[in-house]
Design a protein around this ligand. Structure first.
Ligand code: NAD
Length: 355
């Protein structure tokens, strides 16, 4: 564990936290923009493996560009794209590296981050043991306080934890059964499928339930997953056995206190994930992102007093973005939980209400 002096409570940190992004892809480019929007942290560099259009776009945004691998320097040189150096050079300039390289690749960089004495955040494609903490801002912000290595859990786990944590902590949960209806690929990715099939995960239960338990260890949850030919969002169908009798209104008013849970309504024509994403585009969100976990208000139902049914839509490309920003604040002890979440939400425009 690396040691950083704790910030005395109430004092403002004068220096911005210097942040690097290793892997400027789907998650990396979004986290970079979210970090750049904060006043207590700054992007000092991002890495690319190849001189792709994203490398040019990073450069145009003013993010200093570094190569993840020294062997790629020549490729960038041939493409006429200026780089400031290698990942090793970037590590000399940052306080923290947000590792957004592909799943399982992030862990291979951990020894390098440790050697250079740089804190790191890993993403949900890594195993939980890559970090001291599997993180969700609502559920365990304090656990990451001062940590050196944190994993922001996957998009599906983030969404499940957001809606289950309030139920678990305020009402009590006996058991959760949830089906993950998963997008086949991200919208830009034409190399994956299925394009005309539904593919069940034959590993039962699916890994999502145990992943939720890395954040909320004492929750009793079982999940299954199917992949479907869509790219825009995941959808979860969740059944929760509650510990106390509750009404639809009790549940809705509890969730309303958590701005990263947003509500759509079929009665207003939002009957599908396609309409949820259209709403994000109409809100002029960057890249049409939907950081919130979106629940259908008219799809929330308690039956027999204790069995809660709901559906939630998950924008896989962006729901983990605010969590990465909060994880930085917890790791550098910049702000207490509520202040960090409120600051992140304000800067990213999270917390809209239409119904
Ligand atoms: P991506 O493929 O879109 O981006 C990965 C980036 O890393 C690319 O820019 C790629 O060029 C770069 N890269 C490839 N090999 C590298 C290497 N050896 N070193 C450094 N960089 C390298 O992937 P992504 O979807 O952004 O996923 C990143 C992480 O975030 C994964 O752990 C993934 O599981 C997790 N995640 C993804 C999603 C999602 O739906 N896309 C959602 C939540 C979490």
């Amino acid at each position: 564990m690396l040691h950083y002096p704790a910030r005395p409570k109430g004092k403002v940190r004068l220096m911005k936290v210097k942040v690097g992004i290793n892997g400027y892809g789907t998650i990396g480019k979004r986290v970079a923009d979210a970090v750049a929007a904060q006043s207590d942290m700054e992007i000092v560099g991002v890495t690319k493996t190849r001189p792709s259009v994203e490398a040019i776009q990073a450069w145009e945004k003013g993010y200093p560009l570094y190569v993840a691998k020294r062997s790629s320097l020549e490729l960038f040189d041939e493409a006429g794209i200026r780089v400031e150096g290698t990942l090793e050079d970037l590590l000399q300039k940052v306080d923290i590296m947000i590792d957004c390289s592909p799943g399982k690749v992030g862990a291979t960089y951990k020894p390098l981050y440790e050697k250079e004495g740089v804190k790191a955040i890993f993403q949900g494609g890594e195993k939980a043991d890559v970090a001291e903490v599997s993180f969700n801002a609502y559920a365990n912000y304090q656990k990451a306080w001062g940590s050196s290595f944190v994993r922001v859990v996957s998009c599906n786990t983030t969404a499940l934890v957001r809606t289950l944590y309030p139920l678990h902590s305020e009402i009590g949960v006996e058991e959760v059964q949830a089906v993950m209806i998963r997008r086949a690929a991200d919208p830009w990715d034409s190399s994956k499928g299925p394009i005309n099939a539904i593919e069940p995960s034959l590993k039962l239960p699916s890994h999502h339930g145990p992943d939720v338990q890395t954040v909320i260890p004492d929750i009793n949850i079982y999940t299954t997953a199917v992949k479907v030919p869509t790219t825009i969002m995941h959808l979860h169908s969740v059944i929760v056995k509650l510990s106390k009798d509750s009404t639809d209104e009790d549940i809705l008013s509890l969730w309303e206190r958590f701005p990263r849970i947003a509500f759509a309504s079929g009665s207003l024509g939002i009957k599908s994930t396609a309409r949820v994403m259209e709403m994000a585009r109409d809100m002029l969100r960057p890249r049409g992102d939907m950081y919130e976990t979106v629940l259908w208000r008219d799809g929330v139902k308690v039956m027999g007093g204790r069995t809660l049914y709901y559906y939630q839509a998950v924008h896989q490309e962006s729901d983990v973005v605010p969590e990465n920003v909060d994880a930085i604040r917890a790791m550098f002890q910049l702000m207490e939980k509520e202040e960090s979440i409120e600051t992140t939400d304000r800067t990213l425009g999270i917390g809209w209400k239409i119904v």
